[in-house]
Design a protein around this ligand. Structure first.
Ligand SMILES: Cc1cc2nc3c(=O)[nH]c(=O)nc-3n(C[C@H](O)[C@H](O)[C@H](O)COP(=O)(O)O)c2cc1C
Length: 173
């Protein structure tokens, strides 16, 4: 994909609101699909270590199924996407998670206007913070933390409808 397109997407994401207009987000783009694949493998390495050390927690997060799928040839970490975008910032900034999640939501909402598809990479960004080899592979500053990640590419499919949503849980007072 043209770098300009990813740049445009990130420029749009930066229009997200943030506390005090602090805009605390930094972006790391894994541009090379081969690197995305290699890093997906690192997420699996991390999952294997969690399964070994904390089997119950691993079960709750559904990690054994993802690893089994990987061993059977199915890539459920980055789902074959060509690029991954990681949003990160000062690990001690209290609103880093909120502001970054908002920016990533802007990114996801605007992606289709550029004919792009995106998907939150929850497994990916959890592994960035928990697994130092992946943190280092991404060359993140030592005082940063990943607040989110998204896979990005041209979508293969066009969905006719959204996955079902629960009714709004509202308390009128
Ligand atoms: C914080 C967060 C983490 C997520 N992590 C993943 C992930 O690791 N892999 C994945 O395929 N989808 C992931 N998703 C996408 C959700 O599964 C998806 O948004 C949800 O099923 C609703 O589908 P929709 O966004 O297509 O409407 C994540 C979404 C969020 C908000």
């Amino acid at each position: 994909m043209e770098r300009e397109k990813l740049e445009k997407l990130l420029e749009i994401a930066c229009f997200a609101p943030s506390a005090k207009n602090n805009q605390p987000w930094h972006w790391t783009v894994v541009e090379n699909p081969a690197d995305v694949k290699r890093m997906a493998g690192m997420v699996i390495d991390w999952m294997r270590s969690v399964i070994k050390k904390y089997p119950q927690q691993a079960e709750e997060r559904g990690l054994p199924r993802v690893v089994e799928a990987w061993d059977g040839g199915q890539e459920r970490i980055c789902r074959g996407a060509p690029h991954v975008i990681v949003v990160h910032g000062d690990k001690d900034y209290v609103l880093g998670a909120e502001d970054s999640a908002t920016a990533l939501s802007y990114l996801e909402l605007y992606a289709p206007t550029l004919d792009l598809g995106s998907c939150w990479g929850g497994y990916f960004f959890s592994a960035v913070n928990a697994y130092p080899p992946l943190f280092e592979a991404l060359d993140l500053p030592a005082d940063h933390k990943a607040f989110g990640a998204a896979m990005v590419g041209y979508p293969k499919l066009r969905y006719q409808r959204l996955p079902l949503r629960k009714q709004a849980r509202i308390n009128w007072i």
